[in-house]
Write a new protein. Structure first.
Length: 131
C-alpha cells in the first residue's frame, strides 16, 4: 500500500467559494491559457479523482489508457501542468495545487508574485476587496 502525503503541504487545495472543485480562478486568472489541451485533460482527470488534499496516484499506464494519450503526450502534459504551477508530481503521486498565490520561501514553492497585475487589482488585494 502506498502511503500518501502532500508534496506541497502549504498548497493544499480548498473547496472554492463558488461551488465546484474546478476553481473559477483557473479561467479568471488565466491559468488555462498556459496549458495545452492534453494538459487540461490531465488536469480535469486529476481534479476529478483526487482526494480532499488533492492527492492521487494513478499510474502512467492507467492515465494513458483513460485519456487516450501516448507516453510522450502524457509526459508533456504533466510537465506543462508542473510549469504552470497547477500540479506537483513525485512518482507515483500527483498533487493538485491550490491556486492561491504562494508566498512561502520554500525551495519547491512556485511564486506567482512576479506575474503582471493591473494596478486596480493590486489596490483591491491590498484593501481586501474581492474581484
Amino acid at each position: 500500500m502506498i502511503k500518501k502525503r502532500p508534496i506541497y503541504p502549504q498548497r493544499l487545495r480548498r473547496v472554492p467559494s463558488q461551488f465546484s472543485w474546478v476553481d473559477h480562478r483557473l479561467v479568471r486568472d488565466r491559468h488555462i491559457e498556459s496549458c495545452s489541451h492534453s494538459a487540461l485533460a490531465l488536469y480535469l482527470f486529476l481534479v476529478t479523482v483526487a482526494d480532499y488534499e488533492g492527492l492521487s496516484y494513478y499510474s502512467d499506464s492507467t492515465l494513458m489508457a483513460r485519456l487516450g494519450m501516448d507516453w510522450q503526450t502524457l509526459a508533456s502534459a504533466r510537465q506543462n501542468l508542473i510549469q504552470a504551477g497547477l500540479v506537483a508530481y513525485e512518482e507515483p503521486l500527483y498533487q493538485v495545487l491550490d491556486l492561491s498565490p504562494c508566498i512561502e520561501n520554500h525551495p519547491k514553492s512556485r511564486t506567482r508574485m512576479d506575474a503582471p497585475i493591473a494596478i486596480g487589482n493590486l489596490f483591491k488585494q491590498i484593501l481586501g476587496e474581492s474581484s
